[in-house]
Design a protein around this ligand. Sequence first.
Ligand code: NCD
Length: 453
Amino acid sequence: MLTSADPDSILIQGPRIVDPGRGMDAIGDILITGGKIVSAGPRLSPADLPEGCRPIPANGMVAAPGFIDLHCHLREPGYEYKETIATGTRAAARGGFTSICCMPNTDPPLDNEAAVALVQQRARAEGVVRVFPIGCVTKGRRGKELAELEELAAAGVVAYSDDGDPVYDPNLMRLALTYTLDLGLPISNHCQEHRLCPGGVMAEGWAATRLGLPGIPAAAEEAMIARDLALAELTGGWLHLAHLSTAGAVALVRQARERGVSVTTEVCPHHLSLTDDWALGYQGTPDGGSGPLNYDTSTKVYPPLRGRQDVDALIEGLADGVIDCIATDHAPHEAASKQVTYQEAAFGISVFETALGSLMALVHRGQISLSTLVDRLTVGPARVLGPSFEELATLHPGSPADVVLFDPDLDWVVDTGEFASKGRNTPLEGVALKGRVVTTFVEGKVVHQDSLY
Ligand code: NCD
């Protein structure tokens, strides 16, 4: 029992506590003191509370460990007109993310200690959530020679990736995977065999044909995934596959897992909810072409949105655990880079602030349980990041109080005018979603409070 007055104490009263790491899904109370979880379990009586404890009523809401994102683009340094660490971390907080890993395709790229230190220092000064940089696999992301992987590990990177581009050279990939055995950090590869899709801007299929655009076949992703799985098997190294998007990719990973290959995987909210026909500009409605646009460049993303069969296979893989986690690939862009033809537009979707709302559709449709969804946003990514992240993925007493409170049933309409992100590039503008983040805490401090509450 705590009796001393503590102005930093918060009591979150009566939410449904979903804490998959402890197998917990029950109504209860969460007591936070000094930035740490004191208890997250059965309802507490007034006698159990410290004096001055601030109550936060949360009936009807879900409380979960803050979400962890393995894959986002904060654009700093170099592309501050697209996003900054200040705006990107606020967007993350609005999405319920309390720990985010940022990709190194900045300018300069994060391929050395000084560049990583710059991001860490700006994140401490201007960020509102925890930021963990990912270092490059190759110098300058040029794919010619390995970056100083050990120096990057010492600087504190949590993984390596040339994201935006694959590691093209199979021999360099083999070497990098071999190094992971000593480094203990994964290589996250953006798998796409570009020679199979020269100029490709969306999924190969009827929508691409109708728009007269060059397509990207599923085989472009699957060919490189097959290569990487073979290399992971050969080396025993730690492969992480970024943003899976095809049914064939899920099948390849499933088989590799059965053979005991050391591979982890992620999938993005948009690949679980949108199909390639959204590129036609009518937001996936079946009447075709009657919407306000003839095409929608905000649907242009790597890897491309695919067909219904792919979406269904990804959901199945997420539900049964072949896919370890959900990662946003939040890729903000300035308006001008999307207000052009489909072929000229930049690849990428601004995802942080719509992620939960679009993922909750899977729960509302009964395709995955709420507990599984939370697992894939917390325990799953923490497993990829290693044991030191375990405490960020649970509400276990003593853990840092990184908590998200969300209303699973709130209906709202996406208005990019409300975004904290500079990137308004989402095909979900004006779309109705059900499920919205209400409050986000990092170490017991409120870093986002929704205006609707
Ligand atoms: C990413 C970006 O904008 O940095 N874009 C995207 O479509 N996912 C990089 C990338 O993964 O290609």
